[in-house]
Design a protein around this ligand. Structure first.
Ligand code: DOR
Length: 428
């Protein structure tokens, strides 16, 4: 298949490009990026994208695709359909499936299923400990051979510091990152942020210190053994400050936050809407301010979705009983564009946190628009307004606190490996 994309504003942070250009895709590769490409032939599909932006496909370092085991929440097929609609061409899927991805047969299953049914690239993240129980290390070497790209006990932190130390040492041998979910189990038995809103709602709380204590511990252990550490879904001012400080002395620390943490505050939980129940919890407006500052000064390297789809019945219950998580793949990029509209980041800076930085963390040859490299790209418009309708989600998870929100900025077309895998009705 040959595709000629005409007259788009190409923004590629990796190659430091921001200008109006054409892109010619031949097979699965980008063949040329230039002004006025005049390739001719009846087998070339020409797409005029004037007024829109062409960017590298987005990379999500943190999503839950739920397969195997929880296909009633999501499957690799529906999760990747949601991903490509949201502008993602590569997704890392977390290990809290059933069975847990703590051995090579589960890793192989995910990889095979992704190849046969996935619409984008899927890379599994292996569990650090068997059964996510913090008792015994998983088969990290065997999972690495089978294709894991990182290790994480996401959903919880590794309670046993000695095991985390050993895992970090293993991960260093295989040159893969350790992704740390930072919440102290004993301090995070509640459901919402400990602050003004929890005083009003009376809901049990998760204090910021629950996150910050593990952020500091995990950075300290990683530095001690000289391994890279990636701290995921950072939500508090104290975490941003601690990471900012630690990065000055130790260069192998990276972190991400998610759109819900810089878009919403704990006030959103006051209506007892279970779609606002997430781990870590939505925090205060001071935390939101610190996250935006951290994104601006590059303390926060990456924006991830923590796409956590759940079936309706697990959310249509009392707040205390509901599952934690937000279905995020279809709103993450549009919500993040508000950082550009507000003047927190430039478009190029925002795209860096969705492309170059995750590619660097995971050592992937994606997240860039370079002739001779694979054609994974998106076409989006940062100014198109649309209303989020959870019933139109391609994800099985309709659990979003953004239903009915008017967002500015929309992904319009997604190409993975040279093939169009998502097309907005604007292009039909
Ligand atoms: O809210 C969350 N849901 N946070 C996590 O860390 C895990 C996730 C899930 O698996 O549902």
């Amino acid at each position: 298949m040959k595709i000629l994309i005409k007259k788009g504003r190409v923004i590629d942070p990796k190659n430091d490009i921001d200008e109006t250009l054409d892109i010619y895709i031949n097979g699965n590769m980008i063949e040329r990026i230039d002004r006025n490409i005049r390739e001719k032939g009846s087998d070339i599909q020409v797409i005029d994208v004037s007024h829109h932006i062409i960017a590298p496909g987005l990379i999500d370092v943190h999503a839950h695709l739920r397969e195997p085991g929880y296909e009633y929440k999501e499957t690799i097929k529906t999760g990747t359909m949601a991903a490509v609609k949201g502008g993602f061409t590569t997704v890392v899927c977390m290990a809290n499936t059933h069975p847990i991805n703590d051995n090579k047969s589960v890793t192989e299953y995910i990889i095979e299923k992704s190849k046969s049914e996935g619409l984008c690239r899927v890379f599994p993240c292996g569990a650090i400990t068997k059964g996510l129980k913090s008792e015994e290390l998983s088969e990290i070497g065997e999972m690495f051979e089978a294709g894991i790209i990182a290790i994480s006990d996401d959903g919880k932190s590794v309670k046993n510091a000695e095991l985390l130390r050993r895992a970090l040492e293993y991960a260093k041998l295989f040159a893969i990152p350790t992704i740390s979910h930072c919440e102290d189990e004993d301090l995070s038995k509640g459901f919402v942020h400990e602050g003004h809103a929890s005083l009003l709602s009376g809901l049990d709380t998760i204090p910021p210190i629950s996150e910050e204590i593990i952020v500091k511990r995990d950075m300290a252990i990683a530095q001690y053994v000289g391994s890279p550490i990636h701290l995921t879904h950072i939500s508090t001012e104290g975490s941003v400050e601690a990471i900012h400080k630690a990065k000055k002395g130790y260069k192998k620390i990276t972190c991400d936050t998610c759109p819900h943490y810089f878009t919403l505050t704990d006030e959103a939980t006051l209506g007892f809407d279970t779609s606002t129940k997430v781990n870590p919890p939505l925090r205060s407006k001071e935390d939101v301010k610190a996250l935006k500052e951290g994104l601006k000064n590059n303390t926060i390297d990456i924006i991830a979705t923590d796409h956590a789809p759940h079936e309706g019945s697990s959310k249509d219950v009392e707040f205390n009983l509901a599952t934690f998580g937000i279905s995020g793949l279809e709103t993450a990029f549009a919500l993040s564009l508000s950082l550009v509209h507000e003047g927190v980041l430039t478009l190029k800076e925002l795209l860096k946190k969705f492309t170059v930085n995750p590619a660097k963390l995971l050592k992937l040859p994606y997240g860039e628009l370079t002739p001779g490299k694979v054609a994974d790209l998106i076409i989006f418009n940062p100014d198109i307004e649309w209303v989020v309708d959870k019933n139109e989600f391609l994800s099985k998870g309709k659990n979003t606190p953004f239903h009915g929100w008017k967002l500015k900025g929309k992904n319009l077309l997604t190409i993975v490996d040279g093939k169009i895998v998502y097309r907005d009705k604007i292009f039909t």
